[in-house]
Each structure stands twice: as C-alpha cells, then as structure tokens.
Design a protein around this ligand. Structure first.
Ligand code: HEC
Length: 121
C-alpha cells in the first residue's frame, strides 16, 4: 500500500479504529519497524537474551503521563536512539535503535508514534 493511500486512510473520517490499526501496522511493517519491535511484550528470546526492542504497549505505558512524548519520540524514531542515554537499557538487547530517516518521513513517523502511544493495554 502506498504512503499516500495510508495518509488518506488515516485522515479519512470514515476509517474506523480497526482499519486504522491495520493501516498503521502495515506501515510499520513496510518501514521495517516490526523487524525489531512488537505490539505486545515479548518474553526473552530462545537464546535467553532480552527482546531486541521494547514492545509498543510498553512504550505507551512508559510515556502515558508525558504530554510531549509524541514530539520527543517522533524525533527519536527519525534520528535513532542515543546510545549514551538509553531509555530501555537492561530491558532490551545491547544494540540501540539506528536512525530511520532513510526509510520514513517525518509525517509517517508522527503517525506511527501517535498510534503506538495509545496502544496501552
Ligand atoms: C534495528 C532495530 C530497530 C528498528 C528497525 C526500529 N527500532 Fe525502535 N527501538 C529499537 C531499540 C533497541 C529501542 C530502545 C532504545 C533505547 O534503549 O533507548 C527502540 C526504541 C523505540 C521507541 C521508544 C524510544 C524511547 O526513547 O523510549 C520508539 C517509539 C520506537 N523505537 C519506534 C520505532 C519505529 C516507529 C520504527 C520504524 C520506523 C522503529 N522503532 C524501528 C530498535 C529498533
């Protein structure tokens, strides 16, 4: 599905929550986010290591009381997480999030962040 179609779906007053979820998950998959992230928390990997990245429900819980989280997280998605100031140190693997600017636009990053921030269980 093209980005323009997504934007249309999301902006459309007719997109119901299930359609919006499906469109956002497709966007996240197309943009490679789901290679590292999951929607629901994951147990340790088979080799005993922690998950690669925080699940988005955990991210939503962590930032639920932070009214400007959407801005900070959109920047983090674009520029990558700061390896010297990890927010998930010890809870996920040692490798941090690389910049996603090559694959995602600022608008797409904002849409994904706004979506994942309300995925609280
Ligand atoms: C190569 C693996 C990888 C990919 C691909 C990836 N991430 Fe991440 N992401 C991580 C890791 C690891 C962290 C934890 C960083 C930390 O400890 O601060 C993270 C953290 C986050 C956070 C929370 C940041 C914080 O400061 O708490 C958000 C939001 C996020 N990613 C969204 C995305 C989105 C949206 C995409 C797709 C465009 C994406 N990620 C792609 C590995 C990845």
């Amino acid at each position: 599905m093209s980005a323009a179609l997504f934007a249309g779906l999301v902006a459309s007053a007719h997109a119901n929550p299930a359609e919006n979820n499906a469109a956002m998950l497709q966007l996240a998959t197309d943009k490679g986010c789901m290679a590292c992230h999951s929607i629901d928390p994951k147990p340790k990997r088979a080799d005993g290591l922690p998950p690669i990245a925080p699940s988005w429900r955990e991210v939503a819980l962590k930032y639920r009381d932070d009214p400007v989280a959407y801005r900070k997280l959109t920047d983090t998605v674009i520029t990558g997480a700061d390896p010297k100031a990890r927010h998930w140190a010890g809870r996920v693997g040692a490798a941090t999030m690389p910049p996603n600017a090559a694959t995602i636009s600022a608008d797409e990053a904002r849409m994904l962040v706004n979506w994942l921030l309300v995925l609280v269980p």
